[in-house]
Design a protein around this ligand. Structure first.
Ligand SMILES: [Cu+2]
Length: 122
């Protein structure tokens, strides 16, 4: 059972990794699927996080790719600030790593209306 799940996650990651950096998948991956998909990259485009509901592994480095001209952050929306990418300039990338499993609310410190949620699995 766990092996099947793991295989599915790995498969999804491989497929996602093959998507390239052309940024042309604006419509295809913008869906609000009920199930969060496993990812190691979060895009920011048009003041939206993509995926807006993400699942990642504890301790895994998450790349944050800002495709906007404006700077953004990917920041834990809680006083403890379990993670914070800091300012990511336009057309640049940053990263965060979250060590503790759980579900985290995310926002952009520069544009507080930008929201996402990251679930970290152990
Ligand atoms: Cu922002």
């Amino acid at each position: 059972m766990n092996h099947l799940l793991l295989a599915a996650l790995v498969g999804a990651a491989v497929i996602a990794g093959c998507g390239g950096d052309d940024g042309s998948d604006k419509t295809s991956s913008r869906g609000t699927a009920a199930a969060a998909k496993a990812t190691d990259t979060i895009r920011i485009a048009d003041f939206l996080y993509d995926p807006a509901v993400a699942t990642v592994k504890a301790g895994q480095k998450i790349s944050v790719r800002n495709e906007d001209a404006a700077p953004h952050t990917l920041t834990h929306e809680a006083s403890e600030r379990a993670f914070d990418s800091g300012n990511i300039k336009g057309k640049a990338s940053g990263s965060v790593t979250i060590d503790k499993p759980g579900t985290y609310k995310v926002f952009c410190e520069l544009h507080a209306f930008m929201k996402a949620e990251i679930t970290v699995t152990g």
